[in-house]
Ligand binder design. Structure first.
Ligand code: PMP
Ligand code: GLN
Length: 379
């Protein structure tokens, strides 16, 4: 018989809530994905790449044209050069990049610091490779990091810190000062950093994305991951990438070649062309800020307590003035009775601590957001 390697892991909350939404015919603002289409011009480029015959394996690290465009983009935005030959790999979404980074670097007994609420794939992947998670719980409403606390949690076994800014689910951002504190700790303690930057292009109110690649000493020890699905409205394509200095990327690729070898070739060809126009990603913050503001405007006068999200396409809603239920029961009731699905955020917290916050995804048409706000305002 099989001994479970992950005895305490349940089906992901995203699978659960999307299924519950479908089963109960509820509006689905739970799992993070847009309900509007991927750009027809990008879809046409994929069709074209298929017609042009790019239907066999891509090069193991990815299409070179796409790696060049990614390299240019990072250099323009963050002033850091990643060699497209040796320092960038195209992955099946950020999830595969994160899995591969952890598989390539974490061994039995290594400690990995994560900030909770944390995206759900980090901890199980670390555990799968024998690592130990050291969680640092961030607190609402601002979910900011106390770097002295982080320093206190570092031990001789600490191997890696995983960060995620803009942060899912809270919408918090790391400032330049946060990144400098992180850089200092990582250097002093010889740590690796996994910087999950899937929401890099969704940042509001004039804030600037503080990529790990912007900071020289940090970039030297960081794996940076990104997701095209988030940026180009096609999460189902599962395309992303990892950028890291050559010595780290070499280890990454040793694992990558045996996890997938390479990823979807025609989509890589299409993305290589599409990325040439920077408007395709530089306009995204504005697009989503309008969605956030539209939704928050509609929610004025509701009984939820709301701190506006600073980035990502998620908004936290505090329901403590509406119900004393735990967030899982509350989210279930909302789905089944009120026909709106959201994410209970305790599942991302240390010890499933319940701060009475649900997460909604506002990557939705204005019509869906209006319908959602109408239901939520009546609670
Ligand atoms: N990290 C975070 C913080 C996410 O929200 C997501 C969800 N998309 C991922 C990683 C995974 O991205 P992908 O869908 O590209 O695998
Ligand atoms: N990143 C998406 C979210 O946070 C979900 C991705 C997934 O379903 N695994 O909702």
């Amino acid at each position: 018989m099989i001994n479970s390697k992950l005895p305490n892991i349940e089906t992901s909350i995203f699978a659960k809530m999307s299924k519950m939404a479908a089963d109960h015919n509820a509006l689905n603002l739970s799992q993070g994905f847009p309900n509007f289409p991927s750009d027809p011009a990008l879809n046409a480029l994929v069709d074209q790449a298929m017609s042009d015959g790019y239907n066999q394996y891509a090069p193991m690290p990815g299409d070179f044209g796409l790696r060049m465009e990614i390299s240019k983009k990072i250099e323009t935005l963050h002033d850091r050069f990643y060699n497209p030959e040796t320092e960038i790999t195209i992955t099946a979404g950020a999830t595969q990049a994160i899995f591969t980074i952890i598989a390539a670097t974490i061994s039995k007994g290594d400690e990995v610091i994560i900030f909770t609420p944390a995206y759900d794939c980090y901890a199980p992947t670390v555990e799968l490779f024998g690592g130990k998670i050291v969680p640092i719980q961030l607190k609402p409403p601002f979910y900011s990091v106390d770097w002295q606390q982080v320093a206190d949690m570092i031990s001789s076994k600490t191997k890696m810190i995983i960060i995620n800014s803009p942060h899912n689910p809270s919408g918090m951002l790391f400032s330049k000062e946060d990144m400098l504190e992180l850089q200092d700790l990582a250097e002093k303690n010889d740590l690796l950093v996994l910087s999950d930057e899937v929401y890099e292009h969704i940042i509001f109110d004039g804030n600037v994305h503080q990529s790990a690649s912007k900071f020289e000493a940090l970039a030297e020890r960081s794996f940076v991951t990104a997701s095209f699905g988030k940026t180009f409205h096609n999460t189902g394509w599962k395309m992303g990438y990892c950028a890291a200095p050559e010595n780290l990327m070499k280890e990454f690729q040793k694992v990558h070649q045996f996890v997938v070898f390479c990823v979807n070739h025609p989509i890589q060809k299409a993305l290589a062309t599409y990325l040439k126009d920077e408007n395709h990603y530089l306009k995204l913050s504005n697009f989503y800020q309008q969605k956030r503001d539209f939704f928050l405007h509609l929610m004025e006068g509701s009984n939820f307590k709301i701190v506006p999200s600073k980035g990502t396409y998620f908004q936290m809603l505090d329901f403590s003035e509406i119900s004393t239920e735990n967030d899982i029961a509350f989210a279930e009731r909302l789905t089944k009775k009120h026909k709106i699905a959201t994410i209970p955020t305790s599942v991302f917290n240390e010890g499933r601590k319940d701060f009475k916050q649900i997460r909604v995804c506002f990557a939705k048409t204005d019509e869906t957001l209006a319908e959602a706000a109408k239901i939520l305002r009546e609670l």
